[in-house]
Write a protein of this length. Structure first.
Length: 214
């Protein structure tokens, strides 16, 4: 009886600290990081002008002006989750032709996705799909897109998909650190003055951040 009583007492004391695998919970994460964009076709169409076409190369410049960042909120049940995520991706055209005086989507080639995630062998795997919201800053043939057009400068312009892998590290209590790598593939029609730029993007992302489990 003594052994049974001790077992019951220990369970009563320790139960609140044991991980409840089947318990639903939320996590909130914030990240900094950077990305490398694969060279890709860029087609610029301006009314009354010849098409500009090039294989575009981009820089990310993650800490210039509006920084590269991401955040994610997730609802977990057991080892699976649904997530809402925003990645503030950035593109600076590094090989502009003569007709292009300035071309950047640096206040956001924003990737907004709904993800499905699951925990397997200590790693979190995720796939997601959603929308691209761009905030372009361009001058083509001397014509500059006015600041603040669209939705305060933002345009819902395309679609995106992603696949990622994340590792979490418990820091203290419910606070954790996270490292993540992801691949994104996106396509957006970016407004310019008197036309549009057709801008696909495939990128490898590396992120590090903090999170909290609620």
């Amino acid at each position: 009886m003594k052994k049974v009583s001790i077992t019951v007492i220990l369970f009563a004391v320790l139960a609140p600290t044991l991980p409840a695998v089947a318990e639903a919970h939320w996590t909130l994460e914030g990240f900094l990081g950077s990305a490398w964009s694969v060279p890709a076709p860029l087609s610029i169409h301006q009314w009354g002008e010849d098409r500009i076409y090039l294989i575009a190369r981009y820089q990310t410049k993650p800490f210039k002006e509006s920084p590269y960042y991401a955040w994610r909120i997730a609802k977990w049940r057991a080892n699976r989750a649904w997530e809402f995520e925003l990645v503030h991706h950035k593109l600076y055209l590094s090989n502009p032709p003569a007709e292009v005086q300035h071309f950047e989507v640096s206040h956001g080639y924003n990737l907004i996705t709904i993800n499905r995630a699951w925990l397997h062998r200590g790693l979190i795997w995720r796939f997601g799909a959603g929308l691209v919201a761009v905030h372009p800053e361009t001058t083509i043939r001397g014509k500059t897109l006015p600041w603040g057009k669209g939705l305060n400068g933002f345009y819902i312009s395309g679609l995106t998909v992603q696949a990622g892998m994340e590792k979490k590290f418990v820091l203290w209590g419910r606070l954790f650190a996270a490292l993540e790598g992801k691949l994104t593939a996106s396509y957006a029609i970016v407004p310019i003055q008197d036309g549009n730029a057709y801008l696909p993007n495939a990128a490898l992302h590396g992120l590090f951040g903090l999170g909290y489990r609620f």
